[in-house]
Design a protein around this ligand. Sequence first.
Ligand SMILES: [Zn+2]
Length: 488
Amino acid sequence: MTIIKKGLLGLSILLLAVVIVVLVRTITFTPETYQPSPDTTMVSPDGSVIAQHLSQAIQIQTISYERAEDRDRTEFQKFITWLASTYPEVHKNLTLTLLNDYTLLFKWRGHASSKPSVLYSAHYDVVPINPGTESQWQHPPFAGVIQDGIIWGRGALDDKSAVIALMESVTLLLETSYTPEQDIYIAFTHDEEIGSQFGAKAVAEYFTNQNIKLAWSLDEGSFILDGLVPGSDKRVASINVAEKGFLTLELIAKGEGGHSSMPPQDTAVSILAEAIVNVKNSPVPGGLEGLGETMYTNIAKHMDFFKRMLFANQWLFKPLIEASVSQSPAGNAMLRTTTAPTMLSGSVKANVLPATATATINFRIHPRDTIESVTSWVEAAIDDSRITIKTSQAFKPSNVANSENQGFKNIAAVTRDVQGDIIVTPGLTIAATDSQFYSKITDAYRFNPMNLTPAYLSGFHGTNERIDIKNMEDAVKFYTRLMRQPAQ
Ligand SMILES: [Zn+2]
């Protein structure tokens, strides 16, 4: 046998071995089979009552405007009074503490009060209607119209639906004389849409100051994604265990100024433009690892043979997967810190050279990075002493909550018990929520147990926000069951 023949034979054996490994790994890359919990006690929520209550809640205009003078505090007061008259049993049996006048914190005392408590949280402030879009709403945004099984209006999804579902759940459990094991706290915050500085922040400080230990917390931050995960026909409950940080950098270029008829080689604007292009061309490194890898792997187990083959064999196909996932903006945001140039300014007149030109770039920091690491990455990408970099706003990514503990297991199991056999996975919240503060003191989970379809998604901070009654009933089934589980 010649050397070439020997080589070819060796190569064929190697190839065959690779194919066998790839196939075996693919065939064994399957999801765990789902077992419904033996406890199948379900409450029977009354959808029409829940819908009426959500409709009334929507009609109270608790709008968080950016400017303090625009905010109507009487509406927030009205909401608190309305809650008390609508849910008298909750107010009678739970103790209520008001934090910074408008954030409500209920305590439901358990019979084993010494055990770590659980916090449920939702916010009752809403974003304003985008000016000019009023006429695009099928029903007026603050009328709370109920039609054909759907409740319409600002806050129907984000996040009065959770406030109402939680209040209905506690009411139903109180009717059955249920007392939780550990203490349950329920927070309704009032400034989530404008940074949570007086709501969730105060709630977290309350627990620290009172020395109350939490087993875990559950707040908004994701949904059951229905038709929103590319490549997955199954619904995906993404129980998010972390949220991204935020960094806004200002790039400032200085120039000589003067008349534009005899410009120097470079003006402040051209120096700045080059810097922006350099930042854009050096995306912050990322990849399929940690949380992103867990999430995609969990989902891929339910996909077709080809995709399962790729994800089961990351040792071989990782670069291919990463290139494909980062093609979509949503996929890219899961893998890395994102870069978004958003604002620019230069000279005030067409024929005047700018003395300074500035650009604003917004980064959403992945938990793998820090404010400092992203800033140095950008400095190195620009590498130009004519550019000054200033940090105008920054907060770091949250801690990552444990997805192996009882809290996560309870949320996952109850979601499946109510929704059937759907995919459940830990995930990452791309925006900021109240949990940025809760995650400093406990394992903070971010999940609302409602189905979100592409049609409903556009209502989020947009037009025609709405939710259907079936989703509200399922949410009540979810919370009542979850509250009955031992937290640890
Ligand atoms: Zn929200």
